[in-house]
Design a binder for this molecule. Structure first.
Ligand SMILES: [Mn+2]
Length: 355
């Protein structure tokens, strides 16, 4: 049986549970391979079931090898409850931040005598360390993202709207085989570059401005995430000063980053450097986050995350400095923690590009 489901079973045994009800989309995709929009998994200590609706029966049978596919007579929740009864499960874990209160109440009523045990981020934690198959998807996503950056440089010209650049990036990535854009593309120029999440607007580019571009491709459900900041026209002294500081902070974090190190220590490495130069207050977000089937996963590079890094984790490293009214710089790479260090999955150049 597959390693991912084995990890769930180990958890069930350790916690004296008879089964796990999986209702979060990324988690059921991770465990079963099923990519439809409606499913519930029941993972027991020795078998696994996928309940979906009529629309997806054929797809589920194709994608979810090793699962019994259960066709509901009417409602999915009725079929789930029937199956739980049939299997005689007494202690059933559920995903406490994904099962709605309504559905919880429905199950509570339909399954008298069954202990419904709230579990927090159980499958998510198994997903922290990516396997080879996942890493291959992430590398393909990062590769398309790099190609899209190289392509967009020719389009960055005075008078072009941020939204046009975002559209070209998305069109290019999808032509190259991306399923979709990982999130609403950020193209933030001039004073808008001071907005850490300035999604592309109809603002036109003006010479002498920074342009922050933050985007990523999705391949087989896996997200890439990269940011580059370029200057339209000639960089002045202030542009260079801020850009160099952000780049040095990013490089500092990459130096520190390896298995066995705490997430907070990586954040601190970059944050200290920026603070010493007097811009600590202008770097108001975490240094990075894990990425996978979701764009923002845990663990994360924040001052408070004490998670110890392990080989197979994939995270972003993205320091930024934002000066209200003037602009900002962020430089972000996607990295893989390896057995002895890191592999940087983003390959786009990081020198200050003037266009
Ligand atoms: Mn990011």
């Amino acid at each position: 049986m597959n390693r991912r489901i084995e990890a769930v079973r180990e958890f069930l045994k350790k916690n004296d549970l008879d089964g796990l009800l999986v209702t979060k989309q990324q988690n059921w995709q991770y465990l079963s391979g099923f990519t439809g929009t409606n499913a519930v998994l029941i993972i027991t200590t020795d078998d696994q079931y996928l309940i979906t609706d009529f629309r997806y029966l054929e797809q589920a049978a194709e994608q979810a090898g090793g699962f019994h596919i259960i066709k509901p007579f009417a409602l999915v929740e009725d079929a789930v409850a029937d199956q739980v009864k049939k299997l005689g499960l007494n202690r059933l874990g559920f995903e406490d931040d994904h099962l709605t209160y309504h559905l919880y109440s429905v199950y509570k009523e339909k399954l008298p005598g069954v202990a419904l045990v709230p579990l927090h981020e159980t499958v998510e934690k198994i997903r922290w360390v990516k396997d080879q198959e996942e890493i291959a998807c992430l590398k393909r996503a990062a590769g398309i993202t790099d190609e899209a950056f190289d392509n967009i440089l020719d389009f960055i010209k005075p008078g072009v709207r941020e939204s046009e650049l975002a559209l070209e990036i998305e069109y290019f990535m999808r032509r190259k085989g991306a399923q979709k854009s990982a999130f609403e593309i950020i193209v933030a120029s001039g004073p808008r570059a001071a907005l850490p999440h300035g999604v592309a607007s109809d603002k036109k580019l003006v010479p002498g401005e920074f342009v922050v571009i933050d985007f990523g491709a999705v391949v087989d459900g896996y997200h890439a995430d990269m940011t580059r900041t370029v200057v339209l026209g000639r960089a002045d002294e202030q542009h260079r000063k801020i850009y160099d500081l952000v780049l040095r902070a990013q490089e500092k974090a990459l130096e520190v980053l390896k298995p066995g190190v705490r997430c907070s220590a990586v954040d601190l490495a970059a944050r200290d450097l920026i603070s010493v130069e007097g811009y600590g207050a202008n770097f108001g977000h975490g240094l990075g986050h894990s990425v996978g089937l979701e764009i923002h996963e845990k663990p994360a590079f924040t001052p408070k995350d004490e998670t110890v890094l392990q080989p197979g984790m994939v995270l972003t490293v993205e320091p930024g400095i934002y000066l209200s009214g003037w602009g900002g710089v962020r430089i972000e790479d996607l990295i893989l923690v390896t057995t002895d260090g890191i592999e940087i999955l983003s390959k786009s150049p990081k020198n200050l590009i003037e266009l």
